[in-house]
Write a protein that binds this ligand. Structure first.
Ligand code: ZN
Length: 155
């Protein structure tokens, strides 16, 4: 188990565009493993490589415990519908804000073995895919959100 440091909003790395992975090597698989450990330790539901200082197009999502999605070089091939709801980010700890996202998305990419994969997501899973995808283009949800705030304890 290896934990990586999660960069916070304001770190210039988070505003940069990540580059595609040209070859899925053991180094990439180690990054994926470390990202999962880091996300689990922080009780997050998604993490993108730039959040741990790696400017590569890689993200992971786990909105349902035990159901981990790993995507390398993801492309959003379908996005439809609209949902408006609260999200947060491990790079902006303690805050939440409301963001519009597509209700349904289809994403293609490659997995840790370099094989093509395609995933569909609805609701929270679609939201998580889009949130993490934005990180790869240097976009934090706070740039899109209304009323970013610290939630009250009874929320
Ligand atoms: Zn985030």
């Amino acid at each position: 188990m290896a934990l990586r440091n999660i960069l916070r909003e304001g770190d210039p790395t988070l505003a940069k565009k990540s580059r595609p992975v040209t070859e899925v090597t053991d180094r990439i698989r180690t990054i994926l493993d470390d990202m999962a450990d880091t996300m689990h330790a922080a009780s997050g539901v998604g993490l993108a490589a730039p959040q741990v200082g790696v400017l590569r197009r890689i993200f992971i999502v786990e909105v349902e415990e035990g159901k981990l999605f790993e995507l390398i070089n993801p492309e959003v091939v379908e996005a439809d519908g609209d949902q408006y709801g609260e999200e947060g980010c491990l790079s902006v700890p303690g805050y939440v804000g409301n963001v519009h996202r597509p209700e349904h998305v289809k994403i293609r990419g490659i997995d840790r073995n370099g094989k093509p994969v395609e995933y569909e997501g609805e609701g929270l899973l679609a939201r998580a895919f889009m949130h993490e995808y934005d990180h790869l283009d240097g976009i934090l949800y706070t740039a899109k959100a209304d009323n970013v705030h610290i939630p009250k304890e009874d929320e």
